[in-house]
Design a protein around this ligand. Structure first.
Ligand code: HEM
Length: 232
């Protein structure tokens, strides 16, 4: 079978969504762990962000890969959703989980909705933080700081300012709960598409996917809440 035919087949689309989804899960896990450095103080957080920025071409390569992964994931996820709608144009009058190996749950049916909200969040998120004051194309001397004699962006200041606001903090918390729902079904579904499990392992992998999603979501939520409530 030609590669283009495979990639456009239903299995090909599931494979692309699965592989890119696992790659993005790895990214959000790393991002969440990096964010926790705020608990070691503003200097540690700024030094961490500065270290990433200092990677230069390597960081650009990772960022380009991320954009490709996000696009391929979203486009193929959308195609899968369209394909399912074509196969069953009428919605179920009463939706009941098939249980067992189908692992249908509220998050599996809402993947398209949580996915779209997360994509819109991502654009908003990049505008506020990455391209916010002191970021690329947005020079602002008041968002510079010096740590151990090295001048760098004061990202911690921006993070503190944002999470002093109620709507920002609780909006982020709500979005992170949607991320939990998306990952909960996504990780399981990706591993299933990649044939990485036997039916007997299905329930176990579903639990692992759920715990991973929950861990990442909660890991993201603690830092904004800790800032908002003045704990750090
Ligand atoms: C509480 C939750 C989060 C906080 C506080 C947070 C914070 C940040 C900050 C401060 C940056 C700028 C980093 C820099 O310019 O060096 C950033 C970048 C980024 N964030 Fe988040 N983030 C959160 C959740 C997420 C989630 C859930 C996603 C994905 C769905 C995400 C995706 C990204 C991406 C793609 C970048 C750009 C990375 C790069 O280009 O190097 N973030 N985040």
């Amino acid at each position: 079978m030609r590669l283009s035919t495979l990639l456009n087949s239903p299995i090909g689309k599931k494979l692309i969504t699965g592989i890119t989804g696992l790659g993005l899960t790895f990214f959000v896990l790393m991002h969440m762990v990096g964010n926790l450095s705020m608990f070691s103080g503003d200097d540690a957080y700024n030094e961490y962000a500065h270290f990433l920025a200092s990677l230069g071409p390597l960081l650009y390569a990772v960022e380009a890969g991320l954009v490709l992964f996000f696009l391929a994931h979203a486009v193929n996820g959308f195609k899968i959703w369209i394909g399912k709608r074509k196969a069953r144009p009428q919605a179920y009058a009463v939706y009941k989980s098939a249980g067992g190996p189908s692992m249908q749950s509220s998050s599996s049916r809402s993947m398209i909705i949580t996915g779209i909200i997360l994509l819109v969040f991502l654009v908003f998120h990049l505008i506020s933080f990455k391209f916010g004051p002191g970021g690329p194309g947005n020079a602002d001397a008041s968002y510079l700081t010096t740590v151990n004699g090295v001048e760098m962006r004061d990202l911690a200041r921006l993070v503190r300012e944002k999470f002093a606001l109620s709507w920002y903090t609780f909006g982020y918390t709500a979005i992170m709960l949607l991320l939990v729902a998306h990952l909960r079904h996504g990780v399981w579904s990706a591993l299933q598409s990649l044939g990485a499990m036997r039916p007997s392992l299905s329930a176990l992998i579903h639990t692992i996917g759920g715990l991973l999603g929950l861990g990442i979501g909660l890991g993201f939520i603690v830092m904004p809440l800790a800032i908002y409530f003045g704990l750090i």
